[in-house]
Design a protein around this ligand. Sequence first.
Ligand SMILES: Cc1cc2nc3c(=O)[nH]c(=O)nc-3n(C[C@H](O)[C@H](O)[C@H](O)COP(=O)(O)OP(=O)(O)OC[C@H]3O[C@@H](n4cnc5c(N)ncnc54)[C@H](O)[C@@H]3O)c2cc1C
Length: 398
Amino acid sequence: MTATGEPSRVVILGAGLELATRLLQRLAHDVRITLIDKNESFVFGSSKLNVMFGDTTLDAVRYRYSTVVNPRVEFRHEAVLSIDPVARTVVTAVCTYEADILVVALGAGLDPSATPGLVESGNEFYSPEGADLIRRVLDTFHERVVVIGALGPFFKCPPAPNEAALMLDEYLVARGRRDDVTIYLISPLPSPIPISTETSAAITAMLADRGIRYWPHSRISRLDGAAGTLHLDDGRILKFDLLLGIPVQLAPAVVVRAGLTAVGDITNASVPRAGSIAEGQAANLAEVLISEVTGAPLPPPYAGEATCYIETAEEGVARVDVNFLSGSQPTARFMLRMPRSQPSSGRPCLIARRAGSGHPPSDRRSRPPKGSRGRHCPTRLMLAADCRSNPSQPRRQS
Ligand SMILES: Cc1cc2nc3c(=O)[nH]c(=O)nc-3n(C[C@H](O)[C@H](O)[C@H](O)COP(=O)(O)OP(=O)(O)OC[C@H]3O[C@@H](n4cnc5c(N)ncnc54)[C@H](O)[C@@H]3O)c2cc1C
């Protein structure tokens, strides 16, 4: 609620449903929330792997924002063109928004063109469309050397390339094609999960068991499609037939121009880029905002805690509990061979609860509340600092 007794206008860039849900549950009529996203739907990161290996279809895992909005939440399908952190306004192709509380959660963008040759001669599986294209490529492919490679110095979800390699092995075994294919896994990271020696040892052993050639500390800098070669930045060259790549990742230009960092993958906090971390940051930010609106005490700082599930194909699902910010060093606890049924319910989930849960479900797109725009009130811009996730530390390269 603002000083004038009006509901606070909360504008979340990047359709942050976790934050919206928590604010609605606790502040109800004290907030009006506008979610702005250039996409009309969301796909969980882990679902992209399931799409890629044909376990499901892209349509089945698309979560449309228009189906989850609550009457107190307005979803705007628009691209953010500029953010003014001083005037605290946001310009899209359609209009200008003013907010009392502005949250930037625009994620990390993918830049396939940053790696010469990737667009022409490779594939990427970090976008929903890229994963779906690879599903079709794998259906008919008979190539001999398949490389799963991370192309930038860091990337979201460090376990994902390892999972992709293990799932590719399982996919090929099931189709009787494994003997014809050599699988390489090339990563800039020194080990599969650098924070946990135990997890890394277990994953490295699984890769070795399956004959997957693992090159840690290695980075592909360019592809030469005509020669069929991958070039590493240390001078090594590898012949390949199919590259399944993780493109270079970067902050959206609109955030760079505004000189901002914020919650989720785009934070500058010293945490990995993962949905479970983004969810924890959003939950902490919700508590900070709730305490500011209600006068309740501030919550403890965000601890950088998350649970990460790793699909290991044959062995089932492994679990790592991490904590990046509570102590002097990050910690990790590893558990191998969880029953497969457990993670499906506990899997990191930004939208585990629908926005507006606890209210009557609504399948209508909510209309803009009257007077929700055009007023001038003091506005705060909530950044990682406000989320209290230790932004002063340098960005982690993982
Ligand atoms: C293959 C793969 C597997 C993964 N597996 C897991 C896993 O098992 N567990 C886990 O915790 N994490 C996993 N992740 C990571 C997880 O998906 C991300 O860390 C998480 O989605 C980050 O959330 P975010 O809200 O910060 O950003 P995003 O989810 O990227 O959301 C950002 C939003 O901003 C929107 N946007 C960007 N620019 C603009 C603009 N200019 N205007 C309007 N809207 C804009 C985008 O459309 C997007 O909807 C995986 C990722 C991948 C790719």
